[in-house]
Structure formats: C-alpha cells, structure tokens
Design a protein around this ligand. Sequence first.
Ligand code: FAM
Length: 434
Amino acid sequence: MSKLKQKLAEKIPSYRERVTKLMKEYGDVVVDQVHIRQFYGGMRGLKCLTTDISYLDPNEGIRFRGYTIPEVLEKLPKPKGAEMPYVEGHFFLLLTGEIPTQEDIQDVVDEFKARNRVPHYVYDLLREMPRDTHPMTMFSAAILAMQRESVFVKRYNEGLSKMDYWDPYYEDALNLLAKLPEIAAYIYRMKYKADTPIASNPELDFGANFAHMMGIDHPYDEVARLYFILHSDHESGNVSAHTTHLVASALSDPYYALSAGMNGLAGPLHGLANQEVLRWIQHVMDKMGGKLPSKEELKKFVWDTLNSGQVIPGYGHAVLRKTDPRYTAQREFALKHLPDDEIFQLVSMLYEVVPPILMEHGKAKNPWPNVDAHSGVIQWHYGVREYDFYTVMFGVGRAIGVLSNIVWDRAVGQAIERPKSLTTDMLEKVAGIK
Ligand code: FAM
C-alpha cells in the first residue's frame, strides 16, 4: 500500500467517530435557517454542506486544510531549484491535512507515474470529434470515456462493504488525476498546434510534465504548478465541486462524477469566466486598434458592458467580499515575471477602474476581482493564446480538490443527496400571501 493510502487509512477511523458522534448525539442541533430568497437565489449562503479539505472565508479567501495560499506556497516542498511547490505535495496536503515531506511527495510522484498511461481509445475518441468542438467538451468526454476503467464499479459489483467504498474511490481518483495533464496537453496540441502532441516525460513532476507536453519552456512549469494549486479547491458549494459531490453521492464512480463537475465548470459564470476575461480584453484592444486604452477610455468600456446588461467577467463572487487571494498570488507572479506585458498592464488598470464602477453600479455584492480576472493574462504571455483552452487547465487543477473531496465523502459515509422541493404555491402560503 502506498504511504499516502496508508496515511488515509490511519486517519479515517477517528474522522468516522467524530461524524458518528455529531450525527447520533447532535443530529437535531439547528445550524442555519432557510429564507425564501435562497429558494430562488441559488441557495446563496445556506450552510448545508461540509468538507474539511478547504474553507472559504468571505474576507480572507480560501484556506486549504487551514493554510492560506501564501502559507501553502511557502510550506510545501518544491522540486530542486523551483519557485513553486510540487502539485503532488498539494494533493497530499488536501487528502491528509498534513504538509508532506520530500519522501511523502516522492511516493505520490511514483504513484502518478505508475498510473499515467492514457488508454488509446481516449485518443481515438478525441480525434474523431470535430476539431472545432470546445476543448472542455473534449476534456469532459475523455474523462467519461474512461469510466470503463473504474475500480470502484468492479469492486462494487463484486460486493463491497460500505466501510470500504473510499478505497476504490481513492484508486479511481489517482488513476484519473495521473492522466489529466496528458489528456489536457494532447487536446491543446491536437487542436491548436497542428496536431503535434508531445510525449510525456516520466522524469518530470506533474506541473513540469504538463509544461513539457504543452511545448512551453521554463518558467511555464512554475506557472503550471501555481495554476493547478490555486485552482484546486474552493470549499464544496461552488458548481464544479458541488456537482462532483452530488453525482458521486449516488455512488456513480469518480469518472462519472468528475466529468459532470467539469461540465459545470464550463459555464461562463464559473470556470469559463477566465476565457471570457481574455475575450473581453481582446475586444477592448481591437476597438483601440491594438493600443492600450487610457483610464477614461477603459471606464467607458466597463460602463458600456454593464449598460448592455452584461457582467464584467472576472469580477464579483458568490462568497468572497475582498480581492481573491488567488488573484493576488497570480498578480505577484506577474509583477515578478511579466511586469512589462501589455495585457498585464491592462489587467492592472482594470483592477483600479472596475471596483469603483461596480460599487457605483450598485448591484454586485463584491466589486473585487476573482481568480479568473488574472489567470488568462499569464497564459497569454507564455503563448497560450487560444483562450477557450483556459478552462481545461482550471479543470485539471479543480480535479485535485474535488476528487480529494469525494474520497472523503465515501470515507465518512456521506449519504445520497436529496434535498426537498416546495412549490411556489407552498412558498406563498409560508409567506402568508395565500
Ligand atoms: N458585473 C456585473 N454585474 C455583476 C457582477 C459583475 N462582475 N457580479 C455580480 N453582478 C450582479 C449580478 O449579475 C446580480 O445581478 P441581478 O440582481 O440583476 O441578477 C447582482 O450583481 C447581485 O449578484 P451577487 O449576489 O453579487 O453575485 P452572485 O452570487 O449572484 O454571482 C458571480 C456571483 C461570480 C456569478 C457574479 O459575480 C458574476 O457573474 N461575475 C462575473 C463572472 C465571473 O467572474 N465568474 C467567475 C467566478 C469565479 F470565482 C469562478 O467560479 N471561477
């Protein structure tokens, strides 16, 4: 058994005890109340989910297993000479709650290497799809196509105790994660780089291997590591995490669940926003004849977008009420590595211009930028200019978090999800209108 799995096996019993105690002895304790606005308002703010992998504070932003982003970037071990930590180490942290040693990380690196061969039929499937298919559709379809490999399905059909569900879920999660960088890079090179895929290099870590298969030199390996870590998890109520959790709650295996989660990530209000940001910026640059706009001109573009009933992509958030620390981490990287990049300058200008306008506009509860306002500019700088691919990279990162979550869902015996609906008539009666 790998050290990672061993560590999980050791941790699960005490978690189960805590959950059993809460359920049996405190099951009737009231945590929150439901308001009518939440029925139609996307259940915003309703406290009814649980995860120990990450927690999103509205003012502070995300903490992964209790660690802020700067702490994660500082504390996690890094490959020799690297600026950014091992993605493998971050996965270890999310799954176990512990900062791994170099030895722990090597164990995960070896685990991924042993599982990274992508079945040939995945390539056949991708090649058969029309080339103008959106890369998120290709990515999700590739994940779904591999469902026949599920260890969980095989073990479940053989007769598996509920106590052991987490074990084959873990196997599926690792088998899947190990293959995602190659699938993503293959889609990119097939679709946008004249069909010239680059073979994986077994000597490289998760992030560096992705950069290698994309065909982009250093420091893109650092970008890949940073990007996958930042996008990994954002507690469990966001669309991609919640969808993955919901589908897995029916004991659909991790392939079905992750593919579904990726379909949610592909929405413009969620993961597709990074593509929308670059599309919006290009539109501004085109209108300016390729030149940077002045602040006044930029303000006009922002107001025009709002007045035409559209959202400013990359700004606002359902939970956050401050600048997203994932935005800040990318901004710090950009200030160090690409301070003179024109698009970065435009993104910086937007940071000054948009929040006061959104405040004046008076609708968005959070006028500050989220992760997606910044991720595209760094990709653009390193030559990944096909912005409809950006959400696929978000997806590789997000898989790390949502798969960790569903392994733990099975470990603590989370039930099939089934909230209760009411009709509008019933709500009107509750409101006293009828
Ligand atoms: N530009 C213009 N209007 C905005 C806005 C923005 N960036 N953000 C929110 N609003 C509007 C929103 O459309 C709503 O209007 P209506 O009352 O007319 O429906 C109003 O402000 C109140 O919304 P809210 O409560 O502040 O936000 P929600 O929780 O409903 O929605 C977001 C949150 C993220 C969907 C929303 O802020 C948005 O559409 N932002 C732009 C798209 C984006 O950047 N998405 C990526 C989010 C990211 F974190 C991720 O998931 N990857």
